[in-house]
Design a protein around this ligand. Structure first.
Ligand code: Z16
Length: 817
């Protein structure tokens, strides 16, 4: 007997069918006969939403009235993915939905597919925020996600005839969007520009223009908690009043321009993953959503109070700063407390530092935001004053802690010189209670390298919280076959809210019956993906080959180039007979990756991958042995289809560069084996699954460091491994550019002379481990045993566990009573 603890549907199929009909009729004015799949989608979504509102209201009420501190997760990105099936799962209505939709004459899958995926994030950081708010709600912790409702999400990727990336606007709000609730009556005014003047000895900010921040609320249902939290995304609207303008009215058109352009603030998501561009509009976005959120929290927690006692603010809510993007919130809260509520500096600082905590998501120095003080001064003159004052106070504090003047100078929040810069990571570290990295190795490197001076002087501030992913979306919804098998194997479905229970599968890895079922599930997922790919992208993938996947943003440090070089080497070896065709393990390689539109090398790498795919897939010599597919526009939906079908996952960044990775967790939990370096969360995944069940290769962080110190010469590696030489020469000779030798010359030149991320140095060990991988794969039982052990031992990587760690180490709060 299997214990089913999943939520029970609040409606029968008949009731839900009627609710959909009602929505169609009264909200949309459409008859059942006229309704398209998209109409049914809207109607069903609105009907489902109604089943959440009571819990939503109670959660809000309990949050405000109770004594449990709430969490405010401040994030410029929330990469939510589609909403409908997630809401159905949490309500226990998946089956009722399917049956109701069928009763209305529609295909449930097509109805679900009508939802346009909200892509309000770039990659890992945005998806992590989405997993975290899912877990907060599922654990019953009162929380707000605070962010921006961009009108245009991450661009839609297409490939042109030459295989180059083309970006198309993602106008996701062009169609009816039933999930967001616009609440005009809870809007906030956000000011910009102007000057600071002194009035009665007090600093008064006279802004030049302002924008109206209108909240769009998304319900965030918890799994089995009965709680529904809020994701509040701010949308910018202009005011029709110009009374704040301090301009000369004769220059009316010039003067109103900023006002007219106000709505631009929430127009578009910046498509840079970990390489900020330092653009004015981006700072406007950051301040816009953070200022609105802070004011909103004060409104929510001190309803109707003119003179609230804000010394209690840190007991009401704790703000988590997701990367440096929302760090302007620190001087904003200081400004609010001092200028608007009349607190003295020390009291304001005490409240502020108790309220904020900062998560760092990177090790790349160029990813840590640094804003020119001049720009901050133009947009937020009062904030610049406060930042300078924070800097002064901080330097004073440091003098009490160390006599090392150089160290104090290195730690300046605002740099010296005629073009001073504000280091947002330093501001966040000084202005909050805790700083955390996102995997053990990353947190260690933060302490030892990136924020070394800070951790030496404030060791207690630093902690680690290893990332996680939600098992609801990434196992249950993405992989129902495996979910059913897990439930059958464990005799309960409780694992969905207590992922450590997966441990119970360990003995089943040695049960031939279970291994067989597991193999069947994986194969069925491969077949399903092949059908999906054929239908959606028009390519044929053979499910009887190994499915090998590398999906993530395109970045040099992630080393898609290592994968493509090894693949070309293998292709060449088959063609020139270095390996016997009969000894080649048939493999299908999938890539998915978007490049930042201005990232030249990344875009060239995309072009190369597409052209390698074109050449390999059309070469009869390797037919049935090697195929390469690069479906465009990798997004959450494609992830949900591809991850469950994957057998071998690639996590091959240069050691010390990937802060954590979260794809690695999703793959392991779905029964893929990983080939990876000792980087980010790979280290912990390998520890949990056991070294025997992980394909480790490449240099360690220390080895990378040593080689760098010694002086790295990539050309040496090119000469030393004939496989590598062959691969690079083929690219140079135009094998993937119709004979043109120039197309990839910049890539080749970079590899041979710079190779900043040491792709060439790791090539040999990467190419060598492929033999091990293929030998194991030939023994399907042995492979599947290891794959099961990956599933069984990675329950730790549930975002529920991450949130529990945040609660214990940083937030010091918990579920509502
Ligand atoms: C991002 O997605 C990440 C870091 C960053 O500074 C900016 C963005 Cl947009 C990623 C990291 O690269 C990745 O290693 C990590 O797993 C993810 O954030 C979530 O922590």
């Amino acid at each position: 007997m299997t214990e089913q603890t999943a939520p029970k549907s609040p409606v029968t199929t008949e009731q839900f069918t009627n609710e959909i009909k009602e929505q169609l009729k009264y909200a949309q004015g459409i008859t059942v006969e006229q309704a398209t799949d998209a109409d049914i989608y809207v109607a069903a979504s609105l009907a489902v939403r109604r089943h959440l509102v009571d819990s939503w209201a109670t959660t809000q009420k309990d949050m405000v009235n109770g004594s449990t501190k709430a969490v405010g997760y401040l994030s410029a990105e929330f990469l939510m993915g589609k909403q409908l099936r997630n809401a159905l799962l949490n309500l226990g209505m998946l089956a009722e939905f399917d049956d109701a939709v069928k009763a209305l004459g529609h295909d449930p899958q097509l109805v679900v597919d009508s939802e346009y995926e909200p892509g309000l994030g770039n990659g890992g950081l945005g998806r992590l925020a989405a997993c975290f708010i899912d877990s907060l709600a599922s654990l019953g912790v009162p929380a707000f996600g605070y962010g921006i409702q961009y009108k245009y999400g991450i661009f839609k990727q297409e490939f042109d005839a030459e295989g180059k990336q083309v970006e198309r606007p993602d106008y996701w709000l062009a169609n009816e969007e039933p999930w967001g609730h616009i609440d005009y009556n809870r809007s906030q005014k956000v000011n910009f520009g102007g000057q600071v003047v002194e009035e009665d000895g007090k600093k008064v900010w006279k802004p030049a223009w302002s924008v109206r921040a209108v909240p769009v609320d998304y319900m965030v249902p918890g799994y089995k908690s009965g709680r529904v939290n809020t994701l509040r995304l701010w949308s910018a609207k202009s005011y029709d009043e110009f009374d704040l303008l301090t301009f000369n009215k004769s220059e009316y058109l010039d003067a109103v321009k900023p006002q007219v352009e106000a709505e631009n603030i929430s127009k578009i998501l910046y498509p840079e993953d970990s390489t900020p561009q330092g653009k004015r509009l981006r700072l406007e976005q950051q301040y816009f959503f953070v200022a609105a959120s802070i004011h909103d929290a004060i409104r929510v927690f001190y309803p109707g109070q003119d003179k609230p006692d804000l010394t209690t603010f840190p007991n009401k809510i704790t703000f988590q700063l997701n990367d440096t993007h929302p760090v302007i919130g620190i001087p904003e809260l200081m400004r609010v407390l001092i200028d608007e509520y009349g607190y003295d500096w020390d009291t304001a600082w005490d409240i502020t530092t108790k309220t904020f905590n900062y998560t760092c998501h990177t090790l790349l120095p160029e990813a840590l935001e640094v804003w020119p003080a001049r720009l901050i001064g133009e947009l937020l003159p009062r904030h610049l004053e406060i930042i300078n004052e924070i800097n002064d106070h901080f330097l004073e504090e440091l003098k009490g802690l160390t006599r090392d003047k150089e160290r104090i100078n290195r730690m300046r929040i605002v740099t010296e010189g005629d073009d001073p810069q504000v280091r947002m990571a330093y501001l966040a570290t000084a202005g909050g209670s805790h700083v955390n990295g996102v995997a053990e190795l990353h947190s260690q490197l933060l302490k030892d390298v990136t924020l070394r001076d800070f951790s030496d002087l404030f060791p207690k501030k630093f902690t680690n919280v290893t990332n996680g992913v939600t098992p609801r979306r990434f196992i249950r919804l993405a992989n129902p076959r495996l979910s059913n098998l897990i439930t059958e194997g464990l005799g309960t479905d409780k694992w969905l809210s207590d992922l450590d229970l997966l441990q119970g599968l360990v003995p089943l890895a040695d049960d031939p019956e279970f291994v067989k079922k597991f193999a069947e599930v994986k194969h069925a997922n491969k077949v399903a993906f092949a059908n999906f790919a054929k239908d959606r992208y028009g390519f044929e993938a053979n499910p009887d080959t190994m499915f090998n996947t590398m999906v993530k943003r395109l970045h040099e440090y992630k080393r898609q180039s290592l994968k493509i070089l090894a693949l070309i080497a293998r292709y060449a070896a088959i063609k020139n007979g270095t390996i016997n065709v009969d000894d080649v393990l048939p493999r299908t390689v999938f890539f998915g990756a978007k490049a930042a539109p201005g990232y030249y090398m990344a875009k060239l790498t995309i072009q190369l991958i597409n052209n390698v795919a074109r050449v390999v897939n059309n070469d009869p010599d390797v037919k049935g042995k090697l195929a390469v597919h690069f479906p465009a526009n990798y997004n959450v939906r494609l992830a949900q289809h591809l991850i469950p079908a994957t057998e071998l996952d690639e996590q091959i960044s240069q050691a010390g560069k990937e802060a954590s990775g979260t794809g690695n967790m999703k793959f392991a939990l779905n029964g893929a084996l990983t080939v990876g370096t000792l980087d980010g969360a790979n280290v912990e995944i390998r520890e949990k699954v056991g070294a025997d069940n992980f394909f480790l290769f490449g240099m360690t962080v220390d080895e990378v460091e040593d080689l760098y110190e010694k002086g790295y010469d990539p050309a040496k590696y090119y000469e030393a491994d004939p496989r590598l030489k062959m691969a690079i020469d083929m690219i140079s000779n135009g094998a993937f550019s119709d004979g043109d030798r120039n197309t990839y010359a910049p890539l080749v030149a970079d590899w041979l002379t710079k190779d900043y991320f040491m792709t060439l140095a790791d090539f040999t060990s990467y190419a060598d481990i492929q033999y091990e991988i293929e030998d194991l794969y030939r023994d399907q039982d042995a492979w599947n045993r290891k794959a099961i052990l990956n599933v069984a031992n990675t329950g730790y990587f549930s975002s529920d566990r991450s949130i529990e760690d945040y609660l214990e180490r940083i937030w010091h709060t918990g579920p509502l009573a």
